[in-house]
Ligand binder design. Structure first.
Ligand code: HEC
Length: 127
């Protein structure tokens, strides 16, 4: 009986330690990184599609726009005064708006290249 109680307590303490270790090692920036990966996928698909007829790119651009609107809350949760970061984020949003407004597919392809450059501009300083 005492043996079983010891095994039970041992398992319980082991579980607690495992949970604590998981909480400590989990990356804290999962949301911003997930957001970046979704943007990468949306932009990659949009650019590949822009080599053809741009079909379905409205929704990809809308997704990019929605995520880009969330850049500051995701990366500067304390409302930090990162003026340069905010300028890069504004620039990305402007390029996405231009790509959305592009009249024809070849123009959209060019605008999407500018979007990608806006991503790279921020990464050069912040990634
Ligand atoms: C205003 C700044 C900014 C803009 C604009 C920006 N990013 Fe990022 N991006 C970052 C930062 C900062 C990181 C590093 C995040 C980290 O490691 O926590 C990052 C990381 C990434 C990553 C790696 C994520 C991972 O798994 O570690 C990818 C992919 C990425 N960005 C794609 C994009 C794409 C695509 C765009 C444009 C549509 C874009 N980013 C625009 C700031 C930006």
């Amino acid at each position: 009986m005492r043996y079983l109680a010891c095994v039970g307590v041992g398992l319980f303490v082991g579980l607690l330690c495992a949970l604590m270790a998981m909480a400590l090692t989990r990356p804290r920036d999962t949301y911003p990184r997930a957001m970046m990966n979704v943007m990468k996928h949306a932009l990659g698909t949009a650019r590949a599609t822009a080599a053809g007829d741009c079909a379905g790119n409205e929704s990809r651009l809308r997704l990019l726009g929605l995520l880009a609107a969330d850049l500051e809350p995701a990366f500067l949760p304390g409302g930090e005064d990162e003026r340069v970061f905010r300028r890069y984020a504004d620039s990305l949003r402007a390029r996405i708006a231009e790509a959305t407004a592009a009249a024809a597919c070849p123009a959209q392809a060019t605008a999407l290249t500018a979007v990608e450059n806006a991503c790279d501009d921020c990464h050069r300083d912040y990634r």
